[in-house]
Design a protein around this ligand. Sequence first.
Ligand code: NAD
Length: 321
Amino acid sequence: MKVYVTRKIPEAGINKLKEAGHEVDINPEDRVLSKEELISALKQKEYDAVLCLLTDAIDKEVFEAAPRAKIFANYAVGYDNIDLSAAKEHGKIITNTPGVLTETVAEHTFALMISIARRIAEADKFTREGKYKGWSPMLLLGTDLSKKTLGVIGFGKIGSAVAFHGVKGFGMRVIYYDIKRDENFEHEYDAVFKETVEEVLKEADFVSIHVPLLDSTRHLINEERLKMMKPSAYLINTSRGPVVDEQALVEVLKNKKIKGAALDVFENEPKLAEGLAELDNVILTPHIASATEETRSKMSEMAAENIIAALSGETPPNLVI
Ligand code: NAD
């Protein structure tokens, strides 16, 4: 059958699709297709499946452009780029790639947490610029992670992996907020569940966000809540940009209401909120939390397995709807 892949991804999954006997067409340009381009690409042939990315807005019009496509397999664990009610209306199967990227994203979260607390980007720039004139007792003083309170917002696969590394790696105390409790984790690692997001924000030294983007989580971290954080606290976001009011965050950082922030995701990607890039007390990475060779390859295979299952009439292993 015919599969359309909206952008070049690691070969592993493409090979799997081909080995399963499917014909694969890949967007030849290494860039996001505009909505019009995607629609026109999908109309070129009668595609049976689409492998899409979080940068593709998949909605009613896209589904209409691929009437035969049974499945849209997202190459991501988040699927806020897909209009699920339109998918239901058009009878499309939607899948994602959960689990395989959990540890990779948790590691990146710590890379960001350590980098902002220990001023790694500032220190790197300082050293390269030839400003280092010898060891100095007051040079670039940062903050320890060890024994601090880690506040996790969204305690699913990634949030709980971050909490685990916080406890095991740095002896951190974990507090968390989620719409559901994880009592096993609480018992095993002395983590404390908080009834509200505010309680976490008021108490944590490091706040790390791991909720999906939903109507209920858009601007979950707004100006009022940012101001509840301790002036010594750091905010880390590797979930989705719109969960944080980015312009409010810029103001809070400018006015030193919190110590710093480390962001992998942005509200209007790839644009940054005005003033964000000028701040010293932020670390910014371009949505690369899952970007390791190992993980991207596994994600590619997983998306392919979902397609292969759906096209052979089976329930795909990672069904969203
Ligand atoms: P998950 O489904 O295992 O966990 C999400 C958790 O959020 C669940 O425990 C859920 O109960 C909780 N939640 C949902 N709505 C909530 C609300 N309103 N308030 C509080 N908690 C709420 O997902 P995961 O695998 O841990 O991934 C989490 C998110 O991380 C993804 O949805 C994705 O957007 C993001 N992500 C980003 C990157 C990146 O590259 N930066 C990579 C992977 C995942």
